[in-house]
Ligand binder design. Structure first.
Ligand code: SAM
Length: 293
């Protein structure tokens, strides 16, 4: 426990899928003026230096955000259409950087904090003893800090206590490290409990696609959880390569319960571009499925 540091994975293909989806969810939910409560159950450090430390060691951003940026620059020259959600995602990452040479990558807390309107609130959970201090320090620098609560607590246990939010409008990002294989079971229980208390909330779960029984079973488990509450869902996966062994993460997925009706269209435009931009061999592909309750 606690060997996971998200800085190793900042700006990876998995972050791109997660953060691009997240941006669209917030944008849709903010179309209505009512206050929105956003819970980020697994926050990490908030923002990451790509030029130094863990991120530099792993270099995962090279196969992620840097690769996407280069692909988009070259295709913009050839006038190929750029999906709206990719454009917005790149603008959001760029906004944290002084110029086109990206030196930092915002994690979900910074992406979400920047989108807060005065009526919105953000609740961040982080358990890692070092990450929580870095996260608190980073959040204090933000003008939106007063709208943000940071909890050094186990979010799987605490999530239900925050639901339903006072305005009954809420988005929950569940992005565990899956360092402990029990995380799969904790996640399912937390999701069931959350839906019992707040069935109309929007829940977005990220997961790695790895050769572990719990990982392969997770999408079907979440479909069952959504079906038990008569909830709609959207399931998407992005694979950047199919290669023997698991030296690095080759694919990941997002499962969204109560997705906005616009999400499928946005992802159907973005995913083929992400496969072309980030694909490393002909095993690169995407999946996009949904169910309307
Ligand atoms: N959501 C972040 C982003 O997109 O930038 C990345 C989060 S990272 C995948 C997962 C984080 O959850 C790690 O920093 C880990 O320390 C933290 N964590 C693990 N178990 C937790 C728990 N039960 N409650 C809260 N945080 C936890």
């Amino acid at each position: 426990m606690f060997s996971y540091r998200h800085a190793f994975h900042a700006g990876s293909h998995a972050d791109i899928l997660k953060h691009l989806t997240l941006l669209h969810l917030v944008e849709y939910l903010q179309e209505k003026p009512g206050a929105l409560t956003i819970v980020d159950t697994h926050a990490g450090a908030g923002i990451y230096n790509l030029e130094d430390g863990f991120a530099k060691v792993s270099n995962e951003a090279e196969g992620g955000i840097f690769r996407l940026q280069k692909y988009i620059e070259s295709s913009t020259k050839s006038d190929a259409p750029l999906a709206e959600s990719i454009k917005k995602y790149l603008e959001c990452i760029q906004a944290e950087n002084a110029d086109a040479n990206l030196s930092v990558y915002p994690g979900s807390p910074f992406i979400l904090a920047r989108l807060l309107r005065p009526q919105d609130r953000l609740k961040l959970f982080e358990l890692h003893p070092k990450e929580i201090d870095i996260l608190r320090h980073n959040i204090q620098q933000l003008p939106e800090a007063k709208q943000i609560d940071v909890y050094a607590e186990d979010s799987f246990a605490r999530l239900k206590g925050l639901l339903p939010p006072p305005s009954r409008r809420g988005l929950v990002l569940i992005d565990p490290s899956y360092e402990d294989k029990q995380d799969y079971r904790y996640l399912e229980t937390a999701l069931e409990e959350a839906l019992q208390r707040f069935a109309t909330g929007c829940y977005a779960v990220w997961y790695p696609i790895i050769s572990r029984r719990e990982s392969s079973a997770l999408p079907d488990r979440m479909k069952k959880i959504a079906a038990a509450d008569h909830r709609s869902w959207l399931h998407t996966e992005l694979r950047v390569e199919n290669a023997p062994g698991e030296r690095r993460l080759q694919a990941s997925g997002m499962f969204v319960i109560n997705p906005p009706w616009t999400l499928e269209k946005h992802l159907s435009e973005a995913l083929p571009i992400l496969v072309k931009a980030l694909g490393l061999n002909d095993g690169a592909k995407f999946l996009l499925k949904s169910f309307e309750a």
